[in-house]
Design a protein around this ligand. Structure first.
Ligand code: PEP
Ligand code: MG
Length: 598
C-alpha cells in the first residue's frame, strides 16, 4: 500500500465506508464593523435576543430529532448547547457593548464571541477545549442569523450521491443534520472519541474517523475515500483492487458476524474445559441491553461519569440508586461492579467544574476528587449501598495509588451504611470493595493493596498510559500506545500473582480485554475474568472457545520473554492462527487504538 495515501486518525464510530469526498468548509463569515444611531440601539439589543430565540429554537428542533433517532442521553448534548447559547453573562456582555459603543448586534456579538473562543482554545482545561466545537457551532449560527443570511443554511448538507463528509471540525448539530441517505461516512481534522459529534455519529451508526491532522490539505472534493471507523485508517484514491479487498472484508465480516451469533448463548470455555468469565463494560445506559444481548455475565466495569452528561449539577442519590438498580436488575444472576466517579483527566462533564490544570492526567482526578469532595462521593456510596440490597453489587475504586485511599473509602462506606441503617432505609450492610490497578504505584504495592481489597481489576488503558508515558488521548501517539508492550506483560503477570496469593479475584476491565489477541494473552497469563466492551464479547468468546488453555499459557510464557511489543503480538497471532481463521478478525487483527475517555 502506498503510504502517502494513507491518513491515520482516531476511529470513533466503527464500520467501513467508501465514497467520494464532500469537503465542507464552515468558516465564520466576515462581520463588518458597523455602528448604529443612538435611536437604533434598543432595536439592536432586541435583534440580539431574537437571534438567540431563533437559534435556541433550531437547537431544540435538533434535540427532538436526536431524541427520536438516538436517545435521551444523546439529546442532552443539545440541552447543554441551548444553555450555552442562552448564557446570561455572555449575552449581558454583548448587550453592554451594543449600548456603550453603539455597535450593531452582529459586530458586538462577534467581538465577544471571539474573546470566548480564544479563551476556550487557549485554556489548559480539556473540558473547555473539548467543547470548542460546540461553541463554534452555536456562535456561527448566531452570526449567520444576525447577518440576515436566511437563505444560506450551511448545515443543510444534502448530497445527491453517496458521500463522505470531510471537515475541519464536526459539530453535533451538523452531524444530526446530515442527510443519512447519502452521507455514509465522516472525517474531520479535529475531535476525539469524546467529542459530542463522535458520540452522535456512533449512536446514529455513521462510520467516522476524527483527529486526522491535515486532512483538508490532502482531500479534494470528489476524491474517492476509503474509511475504516474502527482502526481510524483513511485511504485516499483507493485502487479498484483496494476497494475490492475492502468489500471482501466487509462481506467476510458479515458472514463472521452470523457465525458469532451462534456463540452468544454458549459458555466461554476453552476446548480443554477452562472457564473464562466474560463480563461487560457499560458506559452508557444503552449498553446495558447490548451487554445482555451479547451474553455478558455481569458487568465488570460500570462507568458512572455519564450520569453527569449534559447537566449542570451533580446527580442525586435517588437518581443514582435508580440507575444502579436498573443495571443490577438486568443481571439478576451476576455481579455488577460499579466504579466510583472517575472525573478529571480525560472526563470533564459540565456538572463537574474543575480548575484548569497544566497536566490533567497527573492532576486532581478520580479518587482524589472523590476524597476531596465527600459530599458528592457520599451520595454515590449511599446509592451503591441501596442498590446492593438483595443484589450482588460491588464497588470499584479508580486510580488508587495508596492503601490509605482504600481505607478512607472503607471508613466512609461504613459511616454511610450506618447512617442508612439508622434512617431505616433499605440497603446492604456493606459491599465488596475492589481496587483498579491502573497506576504503576498500584502494581508495585499490589501485595499491600490486596490486604485491604476484595478484588482487583486491571485498568490497562491508564496503566499503559502511565507505564509508557504515552497520553491515551493523543492521536499522534497512537502507534506508541501498546497495552501488549513487554513492560505491561510483566506487570500483568505480577498483578495476578499478588492478587491470587491473597485469594482475590483478579480481572481486567481495560480495553485490552476487548482486543481479541490481547484477550488470549491475558488468558495465557492466567486471567480467568475479563470485562469486555459489549460488541467485542462474541469475538473474544469465539477465540476462547477455540484455543486450549495450556497452549495459551505456553504462548504467554514465550511472550513474557519477548524483546519487543511486536514480538508479543507475533506469538499470540501464531497461537490464534493455529486454531482459528484470523482473516475473520479486524483487518489489522489487534491494533492498539487511542483510548479516549468516554
Ligand atoms: C482503564 O483505565 O483501563 C479503565 C478501564 O478505565 P477508564 O478507561 O475509564 O479510565
Ligand atoms: Mg482508567
Amino acid at each position: 500500500m502506498n503510504e502517502s495515501r494513507l491518513l491515520r486518525g482516531i476511529g470513533v464510530s466503527p464500520g467501513m465506508a467508501w465514497a467520494p469526498a464532500l469537503v465542507i468548509r464552515l468558516d465564520f463569515p466576515d462581520v463588518p464593523d458597523r455602528t448604529v444611531e443612538d435611536s437604533e440601539v434598543e432595536n439592536e439589543v432586541a435583534r440580539l435576543h431574537a437571534a438567540v430565540r431563533f437559534v435556541s429554537g433550531n437547537l431544540n428542533a435538533l434535540r427532538e430529532r436526536v431524541l427520536e433517532r438516538a436517545g435521551v442521553e444523546e439529546s442532552r448534548i443539545f440541552d447543554a448547547q441551548i444553555m450555552m447559547a442562552q448564557d446570561p453573562d455572555f449575552l449581558a456582555s454583548v448587550e453592554q457593548l451594543i449600548r456603550k459603543n453603539r455597535f450593531a448586534a452582529e459586530t458586538a456579538y462577534e467581538f465577544k464571541a471571539l474573546e470566548l473562543r480564544q479563551m476556550f482554545s487557549g485554556s489548559g482545561s480539556m473540558q473547555l477545549r473539548e467543547r470548542l466545537a460546540d461553541l463554534n457551532a452555536i456562535q456561527m449560527r448566531m452570526i449567520y442569523r444576525l447577518l440576515g443570511k436566511k437563505d444560506e443554511d450551511p448545515w443543510a448538507i444534502a448530497p445527491d450521491e453517496h458521500a463522505i463528509v470531510v471537515a475541519h471540525e464536526l459539530s453535533p448539530g451538523l452531524t444530526v443534520q446530515l442527510d443519512r441517505e447519502h452521507v455514509v461516512g465522516l472525517l474531520s481534522e479535529e475531535g476525539t472519541r469524546t467529542a459530542h459529534a463522535a458520540i452522535l455519529a456512533h449512536s446514529l451508526g455513521i462510520p467516522a474517523v476524527m483527529g486526522v491532522a491535515g486532512a483538508l490539505d490532502r482531500v479534494r472534493n470528489g476524491m474517492m475515500i476509503l474509511l475504516d471507523g474502527q482502526s481510524g485508517n483513511v485511504l485516499l484514491d483507493p485502487t479498484p483492487e483496494e476497494l475490492d479487498a475492502a468489500k471482501t472484508r466487509v462481506s467476510r465480516r458479515q458472514r463472521f458476524e452470523m457465525q458469532l451469533e451462534s456463540v452468544v448463548d454458549k459458555p466461554a470455555v476453552t476446548p480443554d474445559g477452562v472457564t473464562i468469565t466474560l463480563m461487560g463494560n457499560v458506559d452508557l445506559p444503552d449498553e446495558i441491553d447490548a451487554a445482555v444481548r451479547f451474553g455478558a455475565e455481569g458487568v465488570g466495569l460500570l462507568r458512572t461519569e455519564f450520569l453527569l452528561n449534559g447537566r449542570t449539577s451533580m446527580p442525586t442519590e435517588d437518581e443514582q440508586t435508580d440507575y444502579f438498580r436498573r443495571v443490577a436488575s438486568a443481571f439478576p444472576h451476576h455481579t455488577v461492579i460499579i466504579r466510583s466517579y472517575d472525573l478529571g483527566g480525560d472526563k470533564f462533564p459540565a456538572a463537574f467544574s474543575a480548575p484548569s490544570e497544566p497536566n490533567p492526567f497527573l492532576g486532581w482526578r478520580s479518587i482524589r476528587v472523590c476524597l476531596d469532595h465527600p459530599e458528592f462521593f457520599r451520595d454515590q456510596l449511599r446509592a451503591i449501598l441501596r442498590a446492593a440490597y438483595g443484589r450482588d453489587v460491588q464497588l470499584m475504586l479508580p486510580l488508587i495509588t495508596s492503601v490509605d485511599e482504600v481505607l478512607r473509602v472503607r471508613e466512609m462506606l461504613g459511616e454511610e451504611a450506618a447512617a442508612l441503617r439508622r434512617a431505616g432505609v433499605r440497603s446492604a450492610e456493606t459491599v465488596p470493595v475492589g481496587v483498579m490497578i491502573e497506576t504503576p504505584a498500584a502494581v508495585v504495592i499490589a501485595d499491600r493493596l490486596a490486604e485491604v481489597s476484595d478484588f482487583f481489576s486491571v485498568g490497562t488503558n491508564d496503566l499503559t498510559q502511565y507505564t509508557l508515558a504515552v497520553d491515551r488521548g493523543n492521536a499522534r501517539l497512537v502507534d506508541r500506545f501498546l497495552p501488549h508492550h513487554p513492560s505491561m506483560v510483566r506487570q500483568l503477570r505480577s498483578i495476578l500473582a499478588a492478587g491470587s496469593a491473597a485469594g482475590l479475584p483478579v480481572s481486567v476491565c481495560g480495553e485490552m480485554a476487548s482486543e481479541p489477541l490481547d484477550a488470549l494473552l491475558l488468558m495465557g497469563l492466567g486471567y480467568r475474568r475479563l470485562s469486555v466492551a459489549p460488541p467485542a464479547l462474541p469475538t473474544v468468546k469465539w477465540l476462547v472457545r477455540a484455543v486450549p488453555a495450556p497452549e495459551a499459557a505456553a504462548a504467554a510464557e514465550t511472550a513474557l520473554a519477548a524483546q519487543h511489543p511486536a514480538g508479543v503480538l507475533d506469538v499470540m497471532r501464531e497461537l490464534a492462527g493455529r486454531h482459528a481463521d484470523l482473516r475473520l478478525l479486524d483487518p489489522e487483527g489487534n491494533v492498539a487504538r487511542p483510548l479516549m475517555g468516554r
